[in-house]
Design a protein around this ligand. Structure first.
Ligand SMILES: *Cc1c(COP(=O)(O)O)cnc(C)c1O
Length: 411
């Protein structure tokens, strides 16, 4: 799991350690308020504008992904205020999305267990269904591509029912991570883009997991074929060696905020922390010099996809999907001749956690999200290491199947 979708360049990278030590000796801290900044923050802003899509030339730093998404909520509402449309404050997100754990992050997220604690969501957030073909498209007999269009149009229906003049933005992860590696059909995001354009709604890509090479391009929006107005990043920007997050601000929003908005009264003590920025610079330097994005796109990404296609033949696996170096196996029972007709295990079995227990004992870290077993290996993984990982996964699936047969869970 790369720690928690973080350690993209792998452990033990001395260049990142050295960058942190050097920066702590030079200037361990200065703030980024009142028109000041530190050299590493300025340099990182420049590098981020190079590796992100061309519409991004501004960055707002935070200390985490959650803080980045809190910034998104304030920033998109501020944008519409400055444009004289203060009614336009609703953000649309999705069920089973994960956008962090602060008040705004957890509210944007669609995790019912989180909403149930602490009086969430905050006002002005609206959730639509996630683009999960297995639950929503398959029962209706739709192809994945047909379903992608249907799921995107749930956004249009919601915009119309709220009133476009009240909708500020739509936010989504290109591929939902914590929700169980939900990979939308290829038709989904281009249609979401078309709908946002039609109604003038800002489009936000939460790239905290998908950013920095995870999907085989620098950013998940490039893999999925859309052009967001704002990007949230964290995790992979430093490979988790130290905390850093932020928001890439596209030209459409930056122009309004900077030229017409005056001061944006928002910021964190640790925004642009020089040590974190120095580590991020070393990390991005390594992603570039090791050509990790190309490595995922051309080599280990397709190799993992092939290996997962083989695992799809296992009697417990109803669906096996990957996108770059994110992958998910859906565990099902009575997988008949037509796997699409297979059914879910009884929830009381907790089949995912049974499988996860075997994984941890056998020495492969897979995470269970319900009945979905998910992985996100470091981008430096080799083909031989993928072979080793997949052999262990197969062994754990066999052990899980033996449990299910013995306990009568397959009935
Ligand atoms: C992890 C995550 C966040 C929250 O980031 P934190 O650094 O934990 O605050 C936000 N969005 C996505 C997609 C994430 O995976």
């Amino acid at each position: 799991m790369s720690g928690l979708w973080c350690v993209n360049v792998g452990y033990g990278q001395q260049a990142l350690v050295d960058a942190a030590a050097r920066q702590m000796q030079t200037l361990p801290f200065y703030n980024a308020f009142f028109q000041t900044a530190t050299p590493p923050a300025i340099e990182l802003a420049e590098v981020l504008s190079e590796v992100t899509p061309p519409q991004f030339n501004h960055v707002f730093f935070s200390g985490s992904g959650s803080e980045g998404n809190d910034t998104i909520v304030r920033m998109v509402r501020r944008y519409w205020d400055v444009l004289g449309q203060p009614e336009r404050h609703v953000l649309i997100s999705r069920q089973n999305a994960y956008h962090g754990s602060t008040m705004a992050g957890a509210s944007l997220g669609g995790m019912s267990g989180m909403h149930a604690q602490g009086g969430l969501p905050i006002p002005g957030i609206s959730h639509i269904e996630q683009p999960y073909w297995w639950d929503h498209g398959r029962p209706q007999g739709m192809t994945r591509d047909e379903f992608g269009l249907v799921a995107a149009r749930w956004l249009e229906e919601r915009i119309l029912s709220i009133g476009a003049h009240k909708v500020a933005a739509f936010i989504g992860e290109p591929v939902q991570g914590a929700g169980g590696v939900i990979i939308p059909p290829s038709t989904y995001w281009p249609e979401v883009q078309r709908i946002c354009n039609k109604y003038g709604v800002l489009l936000v890509s939460d790239e905290v997991i998908c950013g920095f090479g995870r999907t085989g391009r620098w950013f998940g929006c490039e893999t999925m074929g859309f052009q967001p107005d704002l990007i949230t990043f964290a995790k992979g920007v430093t490979s988790g060696y130290v905390p850093l997050g932020g928001v890439m601000v596209g030209e459409r929003v930056a122009e309004v905020l900077i030229e017409q908005g005056g001061e944006f009264n928002h910021g964190y003590t640790y925004s642009g922390h020089p040590v974190a920025c120095a580590v991020a610079l070393a990390n991005i330097g390594l992603i570039r010099s090791l050509k990790l994005v190309e490595h995922v796109h051309d080599d280990v990404g397709p190799y993992l996809a092939e290996a997962f296609a083989q695992l799809a033949g296992h009697p417990l696996v109803g669906d096996a999907e990957t996108c770059g170096l994110m992958g998910a196996l859906l565990l099902v029972k009575d997988k008949a001749e037509n796997p699409k007709d297979s059914t879910a295990f009884d929830g009381s079995v907790g089949i995912g956690m049974v499988c996860r227990g075997h994984c941890f004992r056998e020495g492969v870290i897979m995470r269970a999200v319900g009945d979905r077993m998910i992985i996100a290996p470091p981008l430096v993984i080799t083909r031989a290491q993928i072979d080793e990982m997949v052999a262990l996964i197969r062994r754990c699936l066999d052990l899980t199947l033996a449990d299910a047969q013995r306990e009568g869970w397959l009935l």
